[in-house]
Write a protein that binds this ligand. Structure first.
Ligand SMILES: Nc1ncnc2c1ncn2[C@@H]1O[C@H](COP(=O)(O)OP(=O)(O)OP(=O)(O)O)[C@@H](O)[C@H]1O
Length: 332
């Protein structure tokens, strides 16, 4: 495989190398290419945040890196082609937390978290002491141990999200891919999530997370900025070039400023442009919806129902858009 160009920040051997990746969704006949000719190298033992506008291809890319979407091009984890990983080894090495995961509604919180141990368990074997310990520690880490006997269906959106995070943690994988893991989490639990990620990284694990919460994304080590299925920038979160790239992909509707009082030292604020002033009735003036804007980032941004400030918050999707669940990862 040809060497993938690495950014200056990818000093150590990359955990992931992607070369000339193309992903088409929607079938062979009416398919749309949503990832185009993408090269990427992600550092091992670091936290990388993937950001970009709605429809940029973030979730598709993350699922593809987990081996859950057919793709053209090369994906190497730890220098080994993804397809060559034995299924069971891959399921232990790589865990994927999808946004808005459903399923397993009748299982208890404990049993849901125990699903994360499947890649470690012999077929039909009861949980080992190590399994029990990993599940208890993971539930404790997200503050969910007290609900261990409650059914998943009895939990709020944020509580459920924490249990699904515990399931991912219980796998004790070297690489964690998380798609909008902060959806439904209140600020204290968002802060807890950041601290959990920091701990994982301190243990040498690699975390890749798709985030709409830009202020939290800027706490990562590295930012991958996507738009229209292409890599627009990759760089350290503290770099001015990264900040400018971030502002550009969001049409300068955000501003990144230095703020020593803010965790990480940089803060993202929204810019309200005059041409987006709501008309009577709350919708943007039709004049502000230029053809350019209407067609910029695909269907998700079309029409007057632009999300405005909410685009920076937890944009949780319903189960219908959530794609394959974590159980879809091969466990062998
Ligand atoms: N089954 C499908 N067929 C065709 N196009 C699809 C399909 N699923 C998603 N898409 C399109 O693929 C593009 C990328 O979608 P994806 O969910 O990866 O974007 P995203 O960056 O995660 O968006 P968001 O920030 O809204 O979650 C979007 O334009 C979307 O409309």
């Amino acid at each position: 495989m040809p060497l993938v160009p690495t950014s200056s920040s990818v000093a150590a051997a990359p955990a992931l190398q992607v070369h000339r990746l193309h992903v088409t969704l929607g079938g062979a006949r009416h398919g749309r290419e949503v990832i185009r000719d993408l090269d990427l190298a992600l550092p091992a033992g670091r936290w990388t945040a993937m950001v970009g506008p709605n429809g940029a291809g973030k979730s598709t890319l993350l699922a593809t890196l987990a081996g859950l979407r057919p793709a053209q091009g090369a994906i190497h984890w730890q220098g080994q082609p993804l397809a060559d990983w034995p299924e069971r080894a891959r399921a232990r090495h790589l865990v994927w937390l999808a946004q808005g995961q459903g399923g397993a509604e009748d299982l208890t919180v404990w049993d849901v978290a125990m699903l994360g141990r499947l890649p470690h368990q012999p077929w039909l074997a009861p949980p080992s002491a190590a399994d029990e310990r990993a599940v208890a520690q993971s539930l404790a880490a997200v503050g969910a141990l007290a609900w261990r006997d409650r059914a998943l269906s009895q939990l709020s959106g944020g509580e459920r999200q924490r249990v699904l995070l515990a399931r991912a943690l219980a796998t004790e994988a070297q690489v964690l891919l998380m798609d909008e893991p902060l959806a439904n989490l209140d600020p204290p639990h968002q802060a807890d999530w950041v601290q959990i990620v920091r701990r994982l990284v301190a243990q040498g694990k690699t975390v890749v997370s798709v985030l709409h919460e830009l202020n939290i994304a800027l706490l990562a080590d590295e930012l991958v900025v996507l738009r229209q299925g292409q890599l627009r920038h990759q760089g350290p979160c503290g770099d001015a070039d990264t900040h400018r790239a971030l502002e550009a992909v969001f049409d300068h509707r955000i501003r990144v400023q230095t703020d020593p009082g803010h965790a990480g030292g940089h803060v993202v604020s929204l810019r309200l442009s005059p041409d987006a002033t709501p008309a009577p009735g709350g919708l943007p003036h039709a004049d502000s919806l230029t053809p350019d804007r209407l067609h910029q980032d695909g269907p998700a941004r079309n029409g007057p129902a632009r999300k405005g400030p909410a685009r920076n918050g937890p944009a949780r999707k319903g189960p219908a858009r959530s794609g394959p669940t974590q159980e879809a990862l091969p466990r062998g």
